[in-house]
Every structure is written in structure tokens, then in C-alpha cells.
Design a protein around this ligand. Structure first.
Ligand code: KIV
Ligand code: NA
Length: 272
């Protein structure tokens, strides 16, 4: 059995073989990702992907704990990271520690992820100095949808300096890795070159130290909308539609259930 990588192991992978990361929210999907991934993220995308929320803003600590516990039961070799939901860390470093500690204690996650750059650096420092490893998340930060005004590319043109400052700040504050979401490829490469910690891209660059996708996006299970960066490696939603349509047809035709699905009246002498 391979050893579960620690945050220090992840830092040591900087510049090496790309880190493979996916989200998961349930035990069976965690079991599918575990043999192939270095890191499995219980993302707050769970709110949109599994709970039908219009954004990640309505996600609660309770949801992150329940999904974190479910994912933990499905992992044996990948490292688990749990997202801090909107409102659970922005108020103060103390609030962030209290909620991050609850996620660690209740789910067993090795680290937490939170969104934000320069403004969150003191919080990242506060957590890492108190034994909670932090994965940072900069560029497009979906919890900021109401102030960003849309899910647009971040860091184009003059705005690159802002994202660079965020990258420097989270690395300096002690984050063990940083997600770069929806930033220009050249900027992602520049950040990857200048930071000593791994960058994990999503809509960023193949040159990042790792990649992450929302598992329901790449499996074709979540189809409400499709970001440009969300490559579909399967069409499980379409397969499920076919399966459910076939079941409905057989029920209406009384061809399901068939004899092999049914039970006789005789007392069970032999095992049935
Ligand atoms: O919530 C999420 O799934 C994420 C990843 C896409 C990085 O934050
Ligand atoms: Na997230």
C-alpha cells in the first residue's frame, strides 16, 4: 500500500511529475478517484454539482463536514483537502482557525483550501503556523462572484500584477500549494516559475505543477453548463439518461421484472 502524500510531499513534487487532482463528494466517486489521484478535493462546488444551488455561496460547514466524511471513507492513498465554505473564514484568522480545525477534526482531512490572495495572507499564515496546512486558491475565486460580477478570466493585461501579488502573498504566508483558476496561460506559467510551491491549474496552463477538474464535469454528469476548461472524458449523464429511459419503457411494457428477478413460492431447501 502506497503512503498517503503529506503537504510536505506535495511541495517536494514542485517541478516534477504533474500532480493529478480531482474533486469528489461521495464515497463511491472517491473510491474511483483514489487509485489515480495525488489529491482529492472536497470542493464547495458540491453545492452546485450535487445540491442544485445557483452558486457556491450557500454552501455550509455542515455540508462540507458530511461530504468530507463520505469522501474520507473512500480514500486510502490520495491526500484529502476540504474547501472552507463562504463565510467560514473571511471574518478573522480566529474564525478561520475555529472552522478549519472543525473540518480537520470531523473529516480527517490533511489540509483545507480557501479562496483569496493578499487579503487572506494573514489568515493563511495564522492557520499554517497552528498546524493546519492550507491550499490557496487565486485567479477566479467563485465565492467572490458578487463582487467580480461574473466568472471571467482574471489577470489579463494590467490586472496580471494583482494576480502575481496574490500568488506571492499566499506562498509567502505558507500555503503548500495554490490553485490558479481561469487565468491567462502565460501568467500561469510565470507564477509557476516564480513560486517555490506547486501551482494547480484549472483553466490555467499545462505548464502548472498539477491540474484539477470538477469530477462531475469531466465525467459528463454535470451538464447545467460547461466551462471552456472542463474537458469531458465521458458522457455518463447521457448514458444514465439512456438507462433510465430503457427502464421506463420496460416497466410500461411489463417486460421488467423478468423471471430471473423474481422469487418462487416453494420453501427454500437449497439456497436461493
Ligand atoms: O470547489 C471546487 O471544486 C474547486 C476546484 C474547482 C478548484 O475549488
Ligand atoms: Na471551491
Amino acid at each position: 500500500k502506497l503512503k498517503v502524500p503529506t503537504p510536505a510531499d506535495i511541495v517536494a513534487r514542485k517541478g516534477g511529475a504533474p500532480l493529478v487532482c480531482l474533486t469528489a463528494y461521495t464515497t463511491p466517486v472517491a473510491q474511483l478517484t483514489d487509485p489515480h489521484c495525488d489529491i482529492v478535493l472536497v470542493g464547495d462546488s458540491v453545492g452546485m454539482v450535487l445540491h442544485g444551488l445557483p452558486s457556491t455561496l450557500g454552501v455550509t460547514m455542515e455540508m462540507m463536514v458530511l461530504h468530507g466524511q463520505a469522501v474520507a471513507r473512500g480514500l486510502s492513498r490520495a491526500m484529502m483537502v476540504v474547501d472552507m465554505p463562504f463565510g467560514s473564514y473571511e471574518e478573522s484568522p480566529g474564525q478561520a482557525f475555529r472552522n478549519a480545525a472543525a473540518l480537520v477534526a470531523e473529516t480527517g482531512c490533511a489540509a483545507v483550501k480557501l479562496e483569496g490572495g493578499v487579503e487572506m495572507a494573514p489568515t493563511i499564515r495564522h492557520l499554517t503556523r497552528r498546524s493546519i496546512p492550507v491550499m490557496a486558491h487565486i485567479g477566479l475565486t467563485p465565492q467572490a462572484i458578487n463582487t467580480l460580477g461574473g466568472y471571467r478570466v482574471q489577470g489579463r493585461g494590467e490586472d496580471a500584477a494583482r494576480v502575481l501579488a496574490d500568488a506571492d502573498a499566499v506562498a509567502d504566508a505558507g500555503a503548500f500549494s495554490v490553485v490558479l483558476e481561469k487565468v491567462p496561460e502565460r501568467l500561469a506559467d510565470e507564477i509557476t516559475a516564480r513560486l517555490a510551491i506547486p501551482t494547480i491549474g484549472i483553466g490555467a496552463s499545462a505548464g502548472c505543477d498539477g491540474q484539477i477538474l470538477v469530477v462531475d464535469d469531466m465525467l459528463g454528469l454535470f451538464t447545467a453548463f460547461k466551462p471552456k476548461f472542463a474537458k469531458r472524458y465521458a458522457m455518463l449523464g447521457a448514458d444514465a439518461d439512456k438507462a433510465i429511459a430503457a427502464y421506463a419503457e420496460e416497466v410500461r411494457a411489463r417486460s421488467f421484472p423478468a423471471p430471473e428477478h423474481l422469487f418462487g413460492d416453494a420453501l427454500p431447501e437449497a439456497k436461493e
